[in-house]
Ligand binder design. Structure first.
Ligand code: AOF
Ligand code: ZN
Length: 375
């Protein structure tokens, strides 16, 4: 099994680590071009470098298309002695759909492979590194590891748990309100923040909201402009409150809509939704069936956009992995004005769900914060 520490290359110079880091960060930028396309595979980037010169590069663009290394190697096979390959993810060792990348790097004559992080896929998980080392290729593992891990978090989570990675998103005023006391919520955040959310939507397998959000905002929930992926739009409505005249039910031709409801909800109401072409799923536990649907359809990433009821339940059952928060420079006031998360049953500070801040960015007049939810 490969060890996780950064291994200094032969002839290590103090500058080498910095050089490795900068090429790796370039590979990370390449990997991100696969955002919304690579899943359910991970985003991966690769760069080939010889004598400090860029030779070629590649990234993974989705299931069935070449892996990043293969894209970079194309046409250069056999001509790469003395070349270093920078790869954000351990090159694969399994046959898969496209043949092992680790072997392709060896066959191409690459001398050194610098790797961001191990592949959590049990088919690979260290075997790619072993293959390279056994063939006499020098391997350095763990360069810009946190950044490379961040690229594959949803994939790694699905590999480890079999469950989808769940994002939650909300926008609130500086005093923590998602609407005024009269329920007005358009708009809290500015255009830049809303554009950012649309890009996020364009990489999701599904977008989920509760009935309160549809009744208040009547959203379409599609990415505008369209992204690399068309998310399935899901409404959770236990009691049958949302009319089938809403925008979601009226727009099935633009993308699939699923209604998850309780078996006890009125029959004629469910029929109204079915008649619009919406898939209606009946279950006692809506969030649980949401996860089952994601698993059976091979989804990796889901975005819950609210409202407070669903987010409260999702935090209560530990479903949320990542939070995208937009804070607008506004005070709405009103002790009865709603906040973003309903009651997850936390009675003491000791039991607060802990978040880890990953990014903070000024986004037009707002601040965008990205957190991981601590397990
Ligand atoms: C790499 N480079 O660019 C990617 C890798 O079904 P396949 O054959 O496409 O294999 C998918 C698996 O390969 C995926 O689960 C992950 O373990 C690895 N992804 N590996 O060497 C790449 N995308
Ligand atoms: Zn591969």
């Amino acid at each position: 099994m490969a060890d996780l520490n950064y291994q200094k290359p032969n002839g290590f110079s103090p500058d080498q680590q910095g050089v490795d880091s900068s090429w790796m960060l370039h590979a990370v930028a390449l990997a991100k071009k696969g955002w919304g396309r690579a899943a359910p595979n991970p985003m991966v980037g690769a760069v080939l470098v010889r004598n400090s010169q860029w030779i070629s590069e590649g990234y993974h663009n989705g299931v069935g298309s070449s892996h990043a290394e293969k894209v970079a190697l194309k046409g250069l096979e056999g001509a790469l002695r003395g070349t270093t390959a920078y790869v954000t993810l351990e090159p694969c060792s399994h046959k898969g759909r496209t043949g092992p990348c680790a072997q392709a790097l060896v066959d191409a004559g690459v001398s050194r492979v610098v790797i961001g992080t191990l592949d959590p896929n049990p088919l690979v998980a260290g075997k790619g590194i072993d293959l390279l080392k056994n063939a006499g290729v020098e391997v350095s593992l763990g360069v810009e590891e946190e950044t490379c891990l961040d690229l594959i978090r949803p994939f790694a989570w699905r590999m480890k748990t079999g469950r989808p990675w769940v994002h939650a998103k909300w926008a609130m005023s500086a005093d923590g309100k998602i609407a005024s006391i009269s329920g007005d919520s358009r708009w809290i955040s500015g255009v830049e923040s809303r554009a950012w959310v649309h890009r996020l939507r364009g990489g999701m397998d599904a977008i989920v909201v509760g009935s309160g959000t549809v009744l208040a905002d009547d959203p379409m929930l599609n990415p505008r402009p369209w992204g690399n992926r068309t998310p399935v739009r899901i409404l959770l409505d236990r009691k049958g409150r949302t009319p089938s005249s809403c925008n979601l039910a009226q727009s099935v031709l633009e993308g699939q809509v699923i209604l998850i409801t309780n078996p006890k909800a009125p029959k004629h109401w469910k029929q109204g939704w079915r008649s619009k072409g919406v898939e209606v799923v009946e279950a006692e536990d809506g969030l649980n069936v949401l996860v089952e649907i994601a698993q059976s359809r091979g989804w990796t990433e889901i975005l819950i956009e609210g409202g407070g009821g669903i987010l409260g339940s999702a935090f209560a059952v530990g479903l949320v992995n990542e939070v995208h928060l937009f804070v607008a420079p506004k005070i709405l006031g009103g002790l009865a004005a709603p906040g973003p998360v309903g009651d997850p049953g936390i009675t003491k500070m000791l039991y607060a769900r802990m978040l880890r801040l990953m990014e903070g960015q000024i986004c037009g007049p707002d601040i965008r914060l990205r957190y991981l939810v601590e397990p």
